[in-house]
Write a protein that binds this ligand. Structure first.
Ligand code: C5J
Length: 226
């Protein structure tokens, strides 16, 4: 089977995939969002709800690595001096829970702090691209578009957290830039299960207004058939 004939099961319709032009984009699977004591829990969320996405992400990551698919990780966070943090992003909630405040995993959402790290289960390998982003979208104020252009990538298989925030923003940004974005449903998660579900529906409704929705089984089966 040539890559041109590979068809990914997806909503609203199956999607032909060229693996050489596809990248796995894993959004913000950081301790700050998935572990107690980070940004997510400082906002009052039950971070255990995000754990559902870890095992499906691990399977897709392993399959992508075996198939030689480009893997890109992102991390949301700010410079230690917070010169890249809009005051209106920072000044929300009480002082103890704000971006930059000291927490059990270091300063919240600050680069270089333990909470900013990607969880060990999904740690990047040497050679995989890691994009540090100051916003919710992975294209905003980053070199992601240049990384994709130099690799001739036109399709993004998108995993990560949270579905309706950074995954959704990135899918919307990618769609507007001409990328075919496929959210992998079980590889994404939210603190709000209803937002997860509706967020995925919003992506593939209206003939795929923002993109496609598939899942870990469909991607791993396709990659194994290569
Ligand atoms: C949030 C993210 N939820 N990675 N960030 O603030 O979705």
């Amino acid at each position: 089977m040539t890559d041109h004939n590979m068809l990914l099961a997806a909503q609203p319709a199956p999607l032909p995939l060229e693996l050489e032009r596809s990248a796995l984009l894993i959004i913000d699977m950081q301790r700050d969002f998935l572990e107690p004591g980070g940004f997510g829990s400082s906002l009052g969320n039950d971070v255990s709800l995000l754990r559902n996405a870890v095992e499906p992400c691990q399977r897709v990551l392993a399959a992508a690595r075996s198939a030689g698919v480009v893997v890109i990780h992102t991390r949301e966070g700010h410079r230690a001096d917070m010169a890249d943090a809009h005051p209106h992003k920072v000044m929300r909630g009480g002082p103890a829970t704000r971006i930059g405040a000291a927490g059990p995993m270091g300063r919240i959402l600050i680069r270089g702090e333990p909470g900013h790290d990607i969880i060990p289960e999904l740690a990047p390998l040497p050679g995989e691209v890691v994009i540090d982003k100051p916003g919710k979208g992975a294209f905003y104020q980053t070199d992601l578009e240049m990384v994709l252009t130099t690799r001739r990538i036109d399709t993004l298989l998108v995993c990560g957290v949270t579905t309706e925030v950074c995954v959704h923003t990135t899918v919307r940004e990618g769609n507007d830039r001409g990328y075919r974005c496929v959210a992998l449903a079980d590889c994404c998660a939210s603190y709000f299960p209803e937002f997860h579900s509706i967020g995925l529906q919003m992506i593939c409704a209206q003939n795929g207004i923002f993109g496609w929705v598939s899942d870990a089984d469909a991607v791993t089966a396709l990659l194994a058939s290569r």
